[in-house]
Write a protein that binds this ligand. Structure first.
Ligand code: FAD
Length: 431
C-alpha cells in the first residue's frame, strides 16, 4: 500500500482531530495508537479520543475563555467539537459529554474515513516517515519518552507540571502592593505584598491544615526540589518559607521604611501585565482552599484566579526553545508535535492544537509558510504562548489574560474581547 503523507503518533484528542482535519484536506494519514494492547495509567478503553477524567469540556458561555475558544473552533470547523455536540449531556452552561459515546463516535468516524489508516501499535522510537506528528499526550509511553529525551536532551523534557496560582492584576487591591525588585536590581518588576508576623503565621497555619487534592493512583509523591508545593515547604518548618519564596531580604516596605517580616511576590505572566503569578505558590491545595488562601493575603481577598495552582504528571517539552512557530522540531525538518505534549493544557486546548497542527502540515506539504491565527483569538494566543520566551516554560490553558487588553467599561470587556476575536477570525477566513 502507498505510504501515507502524514504519520501521527497517538490517537488521543489532538491526534484524532489532526487526522480528521488532514483527511478533510484530502491528505492521507497513518494514525498509530498503542491502546488497547499497551495503555497509559489513566486511559481505560481502546477508543480514540478518550477523556481520561472529567466528562466536561468546560463552559460554553461566550463570556468565558472556554466559551470563546469553542466559538473560535466552530468557525474553524473543529471535528471533535461537532462530535461532542452530538454526545452532549445536560450540564448547564458547560458542554459535557457522554464520555464513552463520544470516544466511540470518534473511533467509528476515524475507522470509516478512507484516507486514514489506523494502526494499533506502540511507537517506541523516532524512526518515522518524513512528515510525522508526535501527539502522544501527557502520558507518553516510556520508550517514546526515552527516544524524545535522546532527541532533545533530558533537560528539555519535563515530566511534572508545577503550576503556581495566577490572578487577574486588576482585581488586586493596589494600595497593599509596592513595586520593586530585590536590592533594587533590575526594574521595579515585582509586585510585592508585605506580611506582618501575625499575617505570616496565619498563612503557615492555613497551609498546614488546608485540604489537598487527591493524588492520582499512578502519581508518585516525587517532586523536583526546585518546584516543591508551597504547603510541602511550609511543613518543613514554620520559618522555611521566610527563607525561601517569601523571604523579605532586599525589600523595604515604603509604608514603614523597614524590611517586612515576609513578602509575597507576584510576577507578570503576560505581555500586557494583566495576569500575575504568585511566585513559589505551586500547590496541590483544592480549588476552594486556593481561594481561601488568597483571602489571607493582604490586598488579595477579592482577587480573581485566572489559573489555579496544580502539580501533576505531565510529559511536555520546552517548546519555545525546541520547536518553531508551527511546533516542528528545529533540529529535524518534518517532525511536528501536537496537543498537550507541546504545553497546551486541557481537553479543548489539545483539540484546538490538533486542528492548527493539521492546518500547518497541509501548508507545509504545499511548501507554504506557517499559518498563525490572529493574536486577538484565544487559539492564536495559545499558539503564541508556545513560542514565547517564558522561562521556565509552563503549560497553559486558555484564559482572557492571554489576549491583548481592550478599551471599554470593565463589565463589558469580556463581551468586547469575544466580539473582537470572532470578527478577526471571520475576517481572515473570508480572505
Ligand atoms: C490523569 C489526567 C487527567 C486529566 N483530566 C483533565 C480534565 O478533567 N479536563 C481537562 O480539560 N484536561 C484534563 N487533562 C489534561 C489533558 O487535557 C488531557 O490529557 C488530554 O487528553 C490531552 O490530549 P492529547 O491529545 O495531547 O493526549 P491524549 O488524549 O492523552 O492522547 C495521547 C494518545 O497517545 C497514545 N500514546 C502514548 N504513547 C504512545 C506511543 N508510544 N505510541 C502510540 N500511541 C501512544 C495514548 O494511548 C493516547 O491515546 C488530564 C490529564 C491527565 C494526565
Amino acid at each position: 500500500m502507498k505510504a501515507a503523507e502524514v504519520t501521527i503518533i497517538g490517537g488521543g484528542l489532538a491526534g484524532s482531530e489532526c487526522a480528521l482535519q488532514l483527511a478533510r484536506r484530502r491528505r492521507t494519514v497513518e494514525l498509530i495508537e498503542m491502546r488497547p494492547s499497551s495503555s497509559t495509567p489513566a486511559h481505560r478503553s481502546g477508543d480514540l479520543a478518550e477523556l481520561v477524567c472529567s466528562n466536561s469540556l468546560k463552559s460554553d458561555n461566550p463570556e468565558t475563555a472556554s466559551g470563546l475558544l469553542k466559538r473560535e473552533l466552530r468557525l474553524l470547523g473543529c471535528r471533535l467539537l461537532e462530535i461532542a455536540e452530538e454526545a452532549k449531556v445536560p450540564a448547564g452552561h458547560a458542554l459535557a459529554v457522554d464520555r464513552e459515546f463520544f470516544a466511540r463516535s470518534v473511533t467509528e468516524i476515524v475507522d470509516n474515513e478512507p484516507l486514514i489508516r489506523l494502526d494499533r501499535s506502540e511507537q517506541t522510537d523516532l524512526e518515522l516517515p518524513p512528515c510525522s506528528v508526535i501527539a502522544s499526550g501527557p502520558l507518553t509511553s516510556g520508550s517514546l519518552s526515552f527516544a524524545l529525551e535522546e532527541h532533545f536532551g533530558n533537560e528539555h523534557l519535563f515530566f511534572y507540571d508545577a503550576i503556581a496560582i495566577s490572578v487577574n492584576a486588576e482585581t488586586i487591591d493596589s494600595s497593599r502592593v509596592f513595586k520593586a525588585s530585590r536590592y533594587g536590581k533590575g526594574g521595579a518588576d515585582y509586585w510585592n505584598i508585605a506580611l506582618s508576623g501575625e499575617e505570616y503565621n496565619r498563612l503557615i497555619d492555613f497551609l498546614f491544615s488546608a485540604p489537598k487534592s487527591e493524588k492520582r493512583g499512578f502519581e508518585e509523591q516525587r517532586y523536583f526540589e526546585a518546584c516543591l508545593p508551597v504547603e510541602v515547604i511550609a511543613q518543613r518548618g514554620p520559618e522555611s518559607l521566610r527563607y525561601g519564596a517569601l523571604k523579605p531580604k532586599g525589600l523595604v516596605d515604603p509604608v514603614t521604611g523597614l524590611e517586612p517580616h515576609a513578602v509575597i511576590q507576584l510576577r507578570q505572566e503576560t505581555l500586557d501585565g494583566s495576569m500575575l503569578g504568585l511566585v513559589g505558590f505551586q500547590t496541590r491545595l483544592t480549588r476552594p482552599a486556593q481561594r481561601d488562601l488568597l483571602g489571607l493575603i493582604p490586598g488579595m481577598k477579592g482577587a480573581q484566579i485566572l489559573r489555579y495552582g496544580s502539580i501533576h504528571r505531565n510529559t511536555f517539552i520546552d517548546s519555545p526553545r525546541l520547536l518553531d512557530e508551527k511546533q516542528m522540531s528545529r533540529s529535524r525538518d518534518g517532525l511536528f508535535f501536537s496537543g498537550q505534549i507541546v504545553g497546551v493544557e486541557g481537553y479543548m486546548e489539545s483539540i484546538a492544537h490538533g486542528l492548527v497542527t493539521a492546518m500547518n502540515i497541509d501548508r507545509y506539504l504545499d511548501g507554504k509558510d506557517v499559518f498563525l491565527l490572529p493574536e486577538h483569538t484565544l487559539t492564536g494566543a495559545l499558539q503564541a504562548h508556545l513560542s514565547s520566551a517564558h522561562v521556565p516554560f509552563q503549560p497553559m490553558n486558555v484564559n482572557y489574560g492571554l489576549l491583548p487588553p481592550i478599551e471599554g467599561p470593565k463589565r463589558s470587556r469580556k463581551r468586547l474581547m469575544t466580539e473582537r476575536s470572532l470578527q478577526s477570525l471571520r475576517d481572515i477566513l473570508s480572505v
